[in-house]
Design a protein around this ligand. Structure first.
Ligand code: GMT
Length: 367
């Protein structure tokens, strides 16, 4: 198949899933054309079968807001016609889905169906906003295929938008050969907790610091904060206020998470809302048990007390207690680490999930 993929190319789960999906599809012999305003961060442009088409957004003094959606639709149409694309697959509804609908209508000489994958905040935050609700609902209804990444998201989208249309759950996935445990790397140095996110308010990054300060009362541990975003400054400041700054390392954006994760002993994901929690899955594949919040789709992924822990949002003491137990009880850590890896392998491995997308495409193409 010849597939056009559009996503946000910056750090963020939806762009990562779209990029990994594109590369896996290319490995399986498909031709994949990425259409976006920048090269997606995890995209290896050297991969055979991968092509990248940049969207240029020209500006004009009259425009207070340059119309990216229109430039994207034009570029999608041009790429679809020139490279004879079979379909478009857009990740994150806004504005990609509407751009795909326009491209479908503008494309001449061929049918160009499009699939929309809903990732989380496109429904729970942005799509729920009064300004975007009608267009989000419309774009989902107009999509030739709709998928989402957890049962929670499926239910929430159907209920919230009152949509009478099948939405297929295709879970996020992880490459279990690349993301794998390295017991040797874990055995060196102090105990290490890791947090990975885009440091937006929904991630409750400050909870990481509060919880870590509690953990430090009992364990000589380090906290590694990977990623960047609006709450990075406040988190650094809070670490100083709580007197733990010399034990917290702010790593900034990391391109090779699969190298960082296996050295860690636990992942902390205290999010207010998480449609799935890709960072937790990647950690689990590396045998790093997550301590996460019972929010959104996270319980679809983590079985509390078996392959990780789930605690209420904002429960600093509860989350700290779980992290302390993982860092101080080797038997608990090793059984949870094994179970986490097993969950990743048995339910979310690339080989299980990518064929579900191929199947979805075939159904859409069959009309
Ligand atoms: O919140 C983010 O990390 C960004 C956001 C995105 O769409 O880029 O992530 C969402 O998609 C990820 C990949 O499918 C999911 O793993 C995240 O749970 C989801 N984030 C939220 O729902 C807050």
């Amino acid at each position: 198949m010849r597939i056009g993929i559009t996503c946000y190319p910056t750090y963020g789960g939806s762009g990562i899933v779209a990029t990994e999906l594109g590369m896996e599809l290319a490995h399986r012999g498909h031709e994949v054309h990425f259409i976006s305003y920048a090269n997606p961060i995890r995209l290896d442009p050297d991969t055979p079968g991968i092509y990248y088409h940049e969207v240029e957004v020209s500006t004009y003094p009259l425009f207070q807001y340059p119309p990216y959606c229109l430039a994207l639709a034009s570029r999608m149409t041009e790429v679809a016609e020139r490279h004879r694309l079979d379909l478009l697959h857009v990740h994150y509804a806004i504005p990609h889905s509407i751009a795909a609908l326009l491209a479908k209508q503008m494309t001449t000489g061929r049918r160009l169906p499009f699939v929309t994958t809903l990732h989380g905040t496109d429904i729970t935050l942005v799509g729920a906003d009064r300004s975007y609700f009608p267009i989000t609902k419309f774009s989902i209804e107009q999509s030739d295929g709709v998928t989402t990444i957890s049962e929670y998201m499926q239910k929430r989208t159907l209920e919230f938008f009152g949509i009478d249309k099948p939405i297929e759950v295709i879970h996020n996935f992880v490459n279990c050969s690349l993301y794998r445990p390295e017991p040797e790397a874990q055995s060196r140095g102090r105990k290490r907790i890791v947090h990975i996110s885009n440091f937006r308010p929904v991630k409750r990054v400050l909870d990481c610091i509060h919880v870590f300060a509690k953990v430090r009362e009992q364990v000589d541990a380090e906290l590694h904060m990977a990623g960047d975003g609006p709450d990075r400054g406040p988190a650094e400041w809070l670490a100083q206020q709580l007197g733990v700054e010399e034990h917290v390392r702010f790593l900034g954006k990391q391109d090779h998470i699969y190298r960082l994760l296996p050295r860690m002993h636990a992942l902390h994901l205290p999010s207010e809302m998480e449609a799935f929690g890709l960072a937790a899955l990647e950690a689990m594949a590396c045998g790093v048990p997550p301590v996460a919040t019972r929010a959104g789709g996270v319980p679809d992924l983590i079985q509390d007390g078996v392959d990780g822990f789930l605690e209420p949002v904002g429960d600093i003491d509860g989350q700290a207690k779980r992290l302390v137990s993982l860092l101080t009880d080797p038997a608990l850590h090793s059984s949870m680490s094994r179970a986490a890896r097993e969950t990743a392998m048995k339910r979310f491995c690339t080989d299980l999930i990518i064929p579900q997308y191929e199947q979805h495409y075939r159904r859409v193409l069959a009309g």
